[in-house]
Design a protein around this ligand. Structure first.
Ligand code: PMP
Length: 398
C-alpha cells in the first residue's frame, strides 16, 4: 500500500506564482505591485529603526528562552490592547485582554476555532471581496462562511448593499469587518457608514470580529482605530484580531493577538480559558521574539516616538504615490477614471483594471499585479510613475 498515492496536488497561491514570474522576468524596468508587503523607495521591505534598537536591547537583556504562557507576553498583550483600544479605554481595567498569536493569521485561526468550538452553529460573514485567506481559515476551522456585498463590479463601495445584506444575516452570527485599509480593495467605510453598520450589528445581535491588520497605514494609529473603539464602546462583546506584521515591519516574526472585549470580567476569563485551551492544541505557546520587540518599543517613549514617526513616513509615502500616479494619469486623460486611487486607504487598491488589462501590463510592460486588478501601491516607484501611467493608458485606450 502506498499511503500517499491518493494525494492530489493543490494549486499554489496565485500571488506566490506571480512572484516567481516576476523574479524570472529579465526586464530591468519590471515593477512588482503584487505581494502584500510595504516597500520603501529602494524597493526594500525595511526593518524599522526602532525594531533594530529594541532587538539590540533584547539581545543583551534576555536571560531565558523558556516558554512564554498560553496568552503570551503579558506586557505585550497589555500594551498592544492599549494601542488598539486607546490607552484610557475603561475596558482595559478588566473587560478586555489579548491572547498573543502567531501573526494576524494565527489570531484569525484562533477566532475561527473559538467560534467552531464555543459558538457552534454560528456562521461567519465576510465582505465580497475579502482577503482570500479569510475564507480558507474559517472553512478549515469548520465554520460556515457567508458573504455580504462590499465592492461591486463597478469598483465602488456599496454600503447600502452591505447594510441590506447584513440586516438579513441570522441573529447571533459572526460578521468579519476590516477595521481599515480593506484588503484587497482599499475602500474603507466612513465614520458615518460605521455607525450605520453598528446599528445593524446591534439589531441583529451579531458578534463582530474586526480584523485590524494595518493600524497606522490608513490615516494614523488612532484614526484607524475608529471603528474598533466605536464597536468596543457600544457593544457588550467584540473580537479583534491585531497584526504587528505591517506596522512594525515584523512579518516573519509572526506577531499578533486576538483581543477579546467582554461584558463582565468573569466572562472574559471564561473566554480566555477557552482560548488558551484551543491555542494549546494549535501552537502550544506563541513565539516570543516579535512580541518582546513590540513591548520594548511601546514601553519606551523614545523608541515609540521613533517607530510612530517611521510609520507616519510609510503612510505618507503611499499617499504621495497614490496622488502622484493619478496626476501622471492626468496627462493621458485618465485622472477621473482613476480618482478612486486617492480615496482608497492603505497599501492596496482595486484599480478597476480588467483581468485582460492586468495580463497585458504584465506581458507587455513587466508590471505585475494580481488578476483581480489589486495593486500594492507601496510597490510603485516615484521616479517611474509616468512610465507606469503610459503603460496603463496603453492597455486602457487600445
Ligand atoms: N488580515 C488581513 C486583511 C491581511 O491582509 C493580513 C496579511 N496579509 C492578515 C490578516 C494577516 O497578517 P499576518 O498573519 O501576516 O500578521
Amino acid at each position: 500500500m502506498r499511503h500517499f498515492q491518493p494525494i492530489a496536488r493543490v494549486p499554489g497561491d496565485p500571488i506566490l506564482s506571480l512572484m516567481d514570474a516576476y523574479r524570472a522576468d529579465r526586464n530591468p524596468a519590471k515593477l512588482d505591485l503584487g505581494v502584500g508587503v510595504y516597500k520603501d523607495a529602494q524597493g526594500l521591505t525595511p526593518i524599522p529603526r526602532a525594531v533594530k534598537l529594541a532587538e539590540q536591547r533584547l539581545l543583551d537583556s534576555e536571560t531565558s528562552k523558556s516558554y512564554i504562557g498560553g496568552h503570551g507576553d503579558a506586557l505585550f498583550g497589555s500594551l498592544l490592547s492599549q494601542l488598539v483600544l486607546g490607552a484610557d479605554n475603561p475596558l482595559l481595567a478588566n473587560r478586555a485582554a489579548a491572547t498573543q498569536t502567531p501573526g494576524g493569521t494565527g489570531a484569525l485561526r484562533l477566532a475561527g476555532e473559538f467560534i467552531a468550538q464555543c459558538l457552534p452553529g454560528r456562521s461567519i460573514w465576510l465582505s465580497d471581496p475579502t482577503w482570500p485567506i479569510h475564507e480558507s481559515i474559517f472553512a478549515a476551522a469548520g465554520v460556515r462562511v457567508g458573504q455580504y456585498p462590499y465592492v461591486g463590479t463597478d469598483n465602488r463601495l456599496n454600503v447600502e448593499a452591505m447594510l441590506a445584506a447584513l440586516s438579513h444575516v441570522p441573529q447571533g452570527d459572526v460578521v468579519l469587518l476590516h477595521a481599515c485599509c480593506h484588503n484587497p480593495t482599499g475602500f474603507d467605510l466612513s465614520p458615518r457608514d460605521w455607525k450605520r453598520v453598528l446599528e445593524v450589528v446591534k439589531a441583529r445581535e451579531l458578534l463582530p470580529l474586526i480584523d485590524f491588520a494595518y493600524q497606522g497605514f490608513g490615516d494614523g494609529l488612532a484614526q484607524d482605530a475608529f471603528a474598533v473603539r466605536l464597536f468596543a464602546a457600544e457593544l457588550p462583546e467584540v473580537l479583534i484580531t491585531s497584526s504587528c506584521s505591517k506596522n512594525f515591519g515584523l512579518y516573519r516574526e509572526r506577531t499578533g493577538a486576538l483581543i477579546v472585549c467582554a461584558e463582565q470580567a468573569e466572562k472574559l476569563q471564561d473566554v480566555r480559558s477557552q482560548l488558551a485551551f484551543i491555542a494549546r492544541n494549535l501552537w502550544s505557546t506563541p513565539p516570543a521574539h516579535g512580541a518582546a520587540v513590540v513591548a520594548t518599543i511601546l514601553a519606551d517613549c523614545n523608541l515609540r516616538a521613533a517607530w510612530s514617526n517611521e510609520l507616519d513616513s510609510m503612510r505618507q509615502r503611499i499617499a504621495q504615490l497614490r496622488t502622484g500616479l493619478v496626476s501622471a494619469l492626468q496627462t493621458h486623460g485618465l485622472a477621473e477614471r482613476f480618482a478612486h486611487l486617492v480615496v482608497q486607504r492603505g497599501m492596496f487598491s482595486y484599480t478597476g483594471l480588467s483581468a485582460l488589462q492586468v495580463s497585458r501590463l504584465r506581458d507587455e510592460f513587466s508590471v505585475y499585479m494580481v488578476g483581480s486588478g489589486r495593486a500594492n501601491m507601496a510597490g510603485l516607484d516615484a521616479e517611474r510613475l509616468d512610465q507606469l501611467a503610459s503603460a496603463i493608458a496603453r492597455v486602457c485606450n487600445d
